[in-house]
Ligand binder design. Structure first.
Ligand code: FES
Length: 176
């Protein structure tokens, strides 16, 4: 019945913290962050692994929001054309964990990058829009991911993982 919020980067404005809440439940916002409540199963059901649905309408281009699914932070990144171009201009065959940008998004929804927000090194939560690749930076040991969430530098051995998800419409996804 309660909303779930977390704070990983309290000085950044481009993070929204999204609560997953039951219908009619009050949502709690982390101090300065805008909040978007979601109509979803109750917390115990979600914790047990139920899928969650997320409305993408409030997520402006260039913004990243965070939701929780199965207790894990999920980053939802509304990428700009520049970020998509940067992700696609690189020769992905040369990357530490080779994967094309196209393989990490859903066709026709290339602007939406959906990631499990857990560093593949030792599990810290990376920060968005930081690092040399303007993607994700893990403050724990300095791993840097690009705008496709691919590891580019640092000790992390693999790209940020992708959760199972599907588009229900152009503006709504189901995770899980
Ligand atoms: S946990 Fe992210 S770099 Fe070590």
């Amino acid at each position: 019945m309660t909303a779930t919020t977390a704070s990983a980067e309290p000085t950044r404005r481009d993070f929204l913290y999204i609560a997953t809440a039951t219908a009619g439940a009050a949502a709690l916002a982390a101090s300065v962050w805008p909040l978007v409540s979601q109509m979803n199963p109750d917390q115990s059901t979600i914790a047990a692994g139920a899928p969650i649905e997320v409305d993408l309408t409030p997520v402006a281009e260039g913004q990243v929001i965070k939701v929780f699914w199965r207790g894990k932070p999920i980053f939802i990144d509304h990428r700009t054309p520049k970020e998509i171009k940067e992700a696609r201009d690189v020769d992905w065959h040369t990357l530490p964990d080779p994967q094309s940008d196209e393989a990490r998004v859903k066709e026709g929804h290339d602007q939406w990058l959906i990631l499990i927000g857990i560093c593949t090194h030792l599990g810290c939560i990376p920060l968005a829009h930081q690092g040399d690749y303007d993607g994700w930076f893990c403050p724990c040991h300095g791993s840097q991911y690009d705008t496709a969430g691919r590891i580019r530098r640092g000790p992390a051995p693999a790209n940020l993982a992708l959760p199972p998800y599907a588009f229900l419409s152009d503006t709504k996804i189901r995770i899980g």
